[in-house]
Every structure is written in C-alpha cells, then in structure tokens.
Design a protein around this ligand. Sequence first.
Ligand SMILES: Cc1ncc(COP(=O)(O)O)c(C=O)c1O
Length: 365
Amino acid sequence: MIFRGKKVLIWSLNNYLGLSGHPEIREAVEKTLNEYSTGSPMGSRMLTGNTPQHLALEERFADYMGKESAMLWNYGYMGVLGVVAALVGEDDMIVIDALSHACIYDASFLCRGQRKIFQHNDMEHLEAKLRRARENHDGGILVVTEGVYGMTGDLAPLPEICELKDKYGARFFIDDAHGFGIMGENGTGAAEHMGCQDQIDLHFGTFAKGFAAIGGVTAGPKDVIDYIRYNARTNVFAKSTPMVYVTAVGKALEIMIREPERRARMWEITNRLQNGLREVGFDLGNTGSPVTPVYVPAGDVETGMGMIKVLREEFGIFVSGVMYPVVPKGTILFRLIPTTAHTEEDVDRTIDAFAKMGKMMGVLG
Ligand SMILES: Cc1ncc(COP(=O)(O)O)c(C=O)c1O
C-alpha cells in the first residue's frame, strides 16, 4: 500500500485468500459491467430486483454451506440486522456473547425481544442465562455468536453452544464473518472446522472478507429463509445486490472451491507469522484462526500508538491499532491479517521489525 507517498507492507486487509484483484474476477466483472452497468437490477428483490443470477447464486451458497436454502444481502451488517429483527418478536429473547460485533448488538436493539448477554465464551454463564430464560419465559430463544471473533481471533465453542441450545430448546444463529471461506476443510466456516455445521440453525457469512467483495449470505432451513426473505426490512425495503457483485461473488466462490491450496497457503503464512511473533515475545492471546492480535502491554494507548508509528516510519510495516469501543476498555491491540497474498519474506521482515521495535520501545520484558 502507498501511505502518505511511501510504500508500506500492509497487514490490515481482510483479503484472506488473496482474491482481491484476481484477474478472473476482474474479467468476469468487466463483462457484466458492459452488459448491465453499475445499477442493474433496479429495485428491491420483492419488486424488480430479482434475477435468475441472484437465485442461482443463492442455490450455490445453500449447497456450499450445506443448508436447504440461502439468501443474499447487500451488506453483512444489513444481513445480521435483518435476520434478527425478522425472527425475534416481542415474546422472544435474544442471547448474545458480550464480545459480539456491533451489528449483533444493533440487531438486538432493533428487535422487539428481550436481550441477555453472556460473558465472552463462558458456557456456564450462557447456560445460566438459558436456564433462567426457560424458567420464566415461553417464547423462542435465539442465541447469536460469532464463529471467529474478528478482533481477538479466538473461536466460539460452537459444539458446546449447540449442546446447550438443544438442551434448552433455543435456536442458534452464527455470524461467521471471519470464518466464512476461511475455516474448515472446505472453507465453509468455523462450524465446519469444529465438526458441527449440521447443528447450526442459521449460518451467516459476509463477502467483505474472504470473498473480497461486498454483501453477505444467510443459510438455513427453507421455511425459515423464506420467512426472513419476506419479513426482514433490510431486504424488503432495500435495493437488490447489483449484478456486478453477484458476478464477483459467484466467481470468488468458484475459485475458492477450485483452489483449496489458497487456504492451505494462508495457513502456512499464518503459522509462520504467529509462531515468529510469539517466539520474539509478543502476546497473541488465544487466537485459533488467522486473525492475529498483538496485545499492547498494560493496554496503554500511548505505547500502542508509539509502536504503530515505529513499525510504520522505521520499518515500513503498516498495522492498524484496535481500541475501545471495538474491544473492551483497557485493551489495545494490533490486528494483523495474514493472507495468501503475503510471502515468507514479508513475514520474516515483519517479525524482525516487531523484534527491533519491541526493543526500542522497551515492551518485550
Ligand atoms: C462479525 C462481523 N459481522 C458483520 C460484519 C459486517 O459485515 P459487512 O462489512 O459485510 O457489512 C463484520 C464486518 O466487520 C463482522 O466482523
């Protein structure tokens, strides 16, 4: 990336599989652009925005995600809002992980049900919430978590959540933004990685990360997806996904399925980066995914900003700092996203820069 006129090595893009700018995607999109221009189809899916291409892409996603049916969204954010607000009525309850992405919190504000929050990945706390909910309440219960937590990289204990939701008659919706296309043998996501994809009631992924495009998809049982389609206001009252993105996402899916070696390569880069940074002495918490957080000692903002500046100005390494309100108060971290597009030389240069920066800043103990 060129930053203020200087070439830097960037670790901040969610371009996990290196699909951004892929020549086949470019070529397919150029063709679509010539045929349909930028706006087509005009109108919402309910009116004039539905096309055979949209329907065909939804079928391909249902198949890829191992669910009966799937539906597209213009943005992942709108997808999460739409699903939750459509499903959780005033007699229902939504139970979310405390570290959930802003869109899950906003969805819980938008829906008419009661909201309960359990401590991050704390299954005893989740069980206590579900038990109490079942004792006092007859309505439906929707548990919502991420699959891979986008800032900390740790995974939700999905098999345990599935067990609990069955025990208490709840349903489970996972926002798998950072796992979709990335985790599991076929890249289906965090639940495939943990062997419980079949038990997830509704699976959601965005196209803004691994697919290097824009939009999102929710997959699940056909009757539920049909219900969401006609009741999610962010679908009914919003323009349909432009054809250029239908093409881009369809092509990305094709390449992703055809070239599993892209994922294998991403893991090689991930392991080299994470092992190297740990060996040098940095704290990466308990990430279980490519998301690589580097925690700033004592959560000190000034130190963190200094570390970022040294990495950028002295070594040409660009990382983004993450602080409140994206992560809880008192935490500051850099989030590195290793991708298929990085090389071993990039990784080694970065580890070396972190080691030197750590000494200069006196943060390595
Ligand atoms: C967990 C999670 N959900 C939803 C979103 C929103 O997705 P989109 O960018 O497609 O709107 C993001 C994006 O950062 C995310 O990390």
